[in-house]
Design a protein around this ligand. Sequence first.
Ligand code: ZN
Ligand code: ZN
Length: 822
Amino acid sequence: MPLPTSRLSPLAFAAALAATVATTASAAPWRPEADFSKAPVYVATNATVPEVEAARLILRAQAMVAGGEDPLTNAVPAVATNFPSAGIVVGWQGSALVAPLAKDLGLVDWYEAKPKLQDTVVQKVVGNTLVVAGNSPQGAYWSAGDLLYRNGARFLHGGGADGEDGTFLEYMTGLMAPRDWRHQPEALIRMGFNCRCGASKLKGAERDAELVARNQFAARNGADATGPLNGGRAREWLGVESIQPPVNEFKKHPDWFPLIDGKRWRPAPGSGWEWVVEGCWSNDEFADWVVENNERRYQQRGGSNIVAVLDITNSDGGRRCECPDCVRLRASYPDESSCYFDYQTKIANRIKARHPEMRVEASAYIMSRPYPKAGNKVLRGIEAVEYCPYSRCFIHPYSDRKCPTNKADLDRMAEWKKADLPIGDFDYMFDVFQPPMGLPVWELAADVVDYWMDYNRPHRMPQMFIEAAVQGGCGSRSRIAAYVFARKLWDASQSADDHLRDWCRVGFGEGAEPMLEFLRAEAAAWTNQPVHITACFNNPLGTAKTFMTAELAAKGSNAFDRAEALLAAAAKGAAPRDANRIRKQRAALAFERKVFEEWTSLRAKALEAAMEVALELGEPDDKGFDRAERLPLATRRKASPDGELTSGTVQFYRTADALRVRVTSNDPFFKPQEWKERRGDEGRFPWGFKPGSMELFLQAPGQSGYRHFAVAADGAAYDAIAMDARAIDSADWKIDSVQRDGLWQLTLTIPWRVLRMEEPPKAGEAFHAVVIDTAHRRDAKSGDVVNCEIGLPFPAAHDIGVGAALVVDDFGGRRPDEGDTK
Ligand SMILES: [Zn+2]
Ligand SMILES: [Zn+2]
């Protein structure tokens, strides 16, 4: 529309001009300006599957807008040989219909885009024709999904879990298009795993890929890069976990494998963990094999049309080679991270020399998470780094700077700024519990996106992996959070609560109001837990106690009942179209209820298994231990595996000034060590999980989070607030160690002031404690002596919620008991 310039002040004219310029550059707001609800939909003669599927989705939406009862699933777009004079054209810049316009539309091939691999989508009216386009076949699909979203359609979840795919076209009121809109999403790469850990009703990877793609998201595992939804052009990763020697070559090339305890070692074939092995980095033949193996994979996967990123990641754990050359090699660097990156960049640059179009990425993972001390000279040729924040706290957002668990990870992440590279995120939010549980973490998800956007300004967040909300597992249980992740990565302008409200409005229909109220309360309860949870595969039992309180459980049952009643009432006498919508909403509600009830039934189990111990008052001498109950240390599974077992006990009592704890370990393989007491251990806890160490996780009454005390059998000691070793009070707690063959008894005296308590605990108050004894046992099958963790109530690092309650005894003194004649 031409502006009546004569009536504008010079300043307003300049602003209007700037707005016009901004439109051609990007970032004009999306405004509904032209009606295409009845327009025919076209694709080119050379259309790829994603373009055809995108056009079909638009046809379904048009049918719904026209008052259709059921979405058409068999609609087929028209094929045009020439650009139509009116209608909707769907295509990427390789489409015969879009190619002549590509330059005007600003569609640039991924490899030539700046930054490389940047997505661009366009919705633009040319004459009387709406062009729905992207700079990849999948991008054309994303553009169509976006167009429908703007018109009220929602694609709430990947689905399968509740028998529905979460497609809601019913809330569309029309199919309006902007005159000229161009969008480059916040995140350069938006990608998730298809988690296959749950039962699936879906029919294959392509269907899953389509479901997540509607929210402008791409799936990684299971979605073949050459598969239909990628249209023969994808951003496949090359090299992920391919720096490892192949287990089936062990007999032929044992020297490619790490030397461990004097022997070349490989994981057991068929164990499912074959890739968790490091190569011998001093073996040139192995390095040559890695380069050639990557070349083979590159060719197999379709070469430069498909493979866009080279990402050599170290193995998922595994021990390093101890051959003399590897030991010397590592010692020649200031830290392990430097050694790792130097080795990796040498390999990566050999591969890249053959395929210069590929973007080279490195992972900051396990051995390479800290920024390398050798600096950027060991990062030569790396174009982006993907940080793996699995040590973050999954309870508190990054923006809550009070959480010490997060602080450690945030500090490590911040150090990576020195690399002056785009840093991405490999999110672990859906890997927290085993078994997987639903997490109300949409606020945390939005916070992660905001954090990385801010971190990478002006680059923006370069990439993000999450587990997509498909196919069971944690992904679908946490599908509201997964949805918020996907939406925020596309367009960060809306908050988590905006999306939650939207999810409830569409997903629960008439039942939205009670559900929104409950889900908000649930998210608040999650973040207000007095615990920190980090790392992967935690036992959710303790969290069931601290998160799903009796009050929240009652609120939840009530909300689900009310929402179901409201939907049932709305279903009565509903027209077929509404009846169909309500059927989907009741399925969504039933699924969310199931996820909620997994928590409430776990809570009941946790309360049943809860351990409560009286914390009696005694004297500072050790006589208190003669009286204190001996609580058995248990394995995680309670039912012990076969074999020669370590057993042990733990005892607690209190004095006027301190908590006293005694752990007695009957480890048949324990050998006394030379005791040389030293505190702090350079602020690290490097010997955790090694036999001959004991840990105490302790939460004082009224405090959130936990204290972590640890002692090794050689006298190394450590004390931290949660994982923050900088807050230590090491000198003030006392350690006594008694050791002989097959026995280690550790006695700790922890003054109240070390626990930052201003006064002694009062009757009825409770401490929560988890104790871990890392010892040995003999494996019944192999006969090998293996590591063995036992604990109270069982080994559960970081999860203080499961801890035994030490209730301050209200007797206020010695309890008279049998045999006590004094
Ligand atoms: Zn070696
Ligand atoms: Zn925390």
